[in-house]
Design a protein around this ligand. Structure first.
Ligand code: C5P
Length: 422
């Protein structure tokens, strides 16, 4: 369960006062089981929702809540708290806490620590949908993004207050993934402000001025209105690639199959379900300079999906006739004259990984294949790490096992170098 990025990382978790605070306890568990060290600061309001005793027991360290505690400040002052962290995570980030962060108000331990830090900050907002959509909150979020604060969520869904819409805190595992992405970047925010982690496009990077299109996630091919053929792709690698490309300065279009991940900062996301929709979205996104097919596209679809839910009846099990889906990667690589200058695909193999990838490179007409093993026990599908071989016409590079965000950063660097703009 340990993750290469998280093990030995030091996370300072600031828990704000919201119903979602209970999910932060789960977040502490998830981080610790991946080897992270977690220190917790709670606001006074947070303690109305969860006890500092629970947070202390789960984090294995005393919880700080009082700026003016002589004992606590003597042990580790508020400045020290942020110095001793690689990343500060605010979860739940309430409307009030975001407002104070945006204004630079330092009136308790949490807000003072946030103002005093030079470390990257990741916020997981959670609040009522109207509070989230209020122009004041949106203004504060825009200010914080411009300051270099990264965001994960909020998700859309039914809320504790009975309303429906955006405002639910991201699920703990999605926050863990965002933490891994944040940790693979430099952890210090330059004093001049702004950072590649902010949602706007970064000022400059090796892919500035380039359009990068990424496909990610599975496709769902309908059998009837409620059933589908799908696969276990989590979308993590493709989302990390989209984020890395945006951080490198590119304009990014992410075409995503159904996954439960938050939009990566800096990417415009087009959500699709089927392979044919994904192909149409990919063709519509051209022209592009780079195309990366990271989606696990279903090879087949049901020839004639039923308009009505198939019923169990005396006729027995229905037989499904399948037809092949279009190969999106091959089609994009063959679009002339709009073929992107660099086309990359993935090859998830269970055997002869590199040999099969070499064949795929020429069969699909692309410039690079990222080959990995998804054999039983590799933990790649849905897992945090990936071990890949980079196959191009000029040879094979095998990279050590690393987190998916690290693979994404290195791959984007590699592509930028091949584009001659790194
Ligand atoms: O042929 P195979 O599915 O192994 O190829 C994997 C690569 O091709 C991935 O990059 C995937 O995104 C892409 N692909 C595609 N459309 C398909 C099948 C695969 O774009 N129908």
């Amino acid at each position: 369960m340990t993750s290469l990025v998280l093990s030995a990382s030091r996370i300072l978790l600031i828990i704000g006062g919201g119903v979602a605070a209970y999910k932060s306890l789960e977040l502490i568990r998830r981080l610790r089981e991946r080897g992270a060290q977690v220190r917790v600061v709670m606001t006074a309001a947070a303690q109305q929702f969860v006890s500092s005793l629970s947070a202390a027991a789960l984090s294995g360290a005393a919880v700080r809540d009082d700026l003016f505690s002589l004992v606590e400040e003597a042990e580790m002052g508020h400045i020290e708290l942020s110095r001793a962290a690689d990343l500060i995570v605010v979860a739940p980030a309430t409307a009030d806490l975001l407002a104070r962060m945006a204004q630079g108000i330092a009136n308790d331990l949490a807000s003072t620590t946030l103002l005093a830090t030079d470390k990257r900050v990741l916020a997981a907002p959670a609040m009522n949908v109207r509070m989230w959509l209020h122009p004041a909150t949106q203004r504060n979020v825009a200010t914080l993004r411009a300051d270099g604060v990264a965001f994960v969520g909020p998700d859309e869904g039914e809320m504790a207050c009975g309303e429906f819409g955006p405002g639910r805190m991201a699920e703990p595992l999605a926050i863990v993934a965002a933490i891994e992405r944040a940790l693979t970047r430099s952890t210090i925010i330059p004093l001049s402000g702004g950072s590649p982690l902010s949602n706007g496009s970064p000022s400059r990077g090796p892919l500035t001025g380039k359009h990068v299109v990424v496909t990610a996630g599975p496709t769902f091919e309908p059998i009837d209105p409620v059933r589908f053929i799908g696969n276990r792709s989590s979308g993590l690698q493709g989302y990390a690639l989209a984020e890395a490309a945006a951080a490198a300065g590119a304009r990014v279009t992410l075409i995503s199959g159904p996954v439960g991940l938050p939009d990566p900062p800096g990417a415009s996301v087009i959500r699709v379900e089927t392979a044919r929709q994904m192909l149409a979205a990919a063709l519509a996104a051209l022209p592009a300079d780079v195309f990366i097919g990271a989606a696990a596209v279903a090879d087949w679809r049901v020839e004639a999906a039923s308009d009505q839910k198939l019923k169990k009846d005396a006729r027995g099990a229905p037989s499904l006739s399948l037809v092949e889906n279009p190969d999106i990667l091959a089609q994009i690589a063959a679009t002339s004259p709009t073929r992107p200058r660099f086309v990359a695909g993935f090859a998830a193999e269970t055997e002869n990984v590199v040999e099969n990838a070499k064949r795929k490179l020429s069969r699909k007409g692309c410039d690079l294949i990222v080959a990995n093993s998804v054999a039983d026990g590799s933990g790649v599908f849905g897992g945090a790490d990936n071990e890949v071989h980079i196959v191009t016409a000029s040879g094979v590079e095998s990279w050590r096992r690393m987190s998916k965000p690290e693979v994404a950063d290195k791959l984007i660097e590699f592509v930028a170098a091949r584009m001659g703009s790194a």
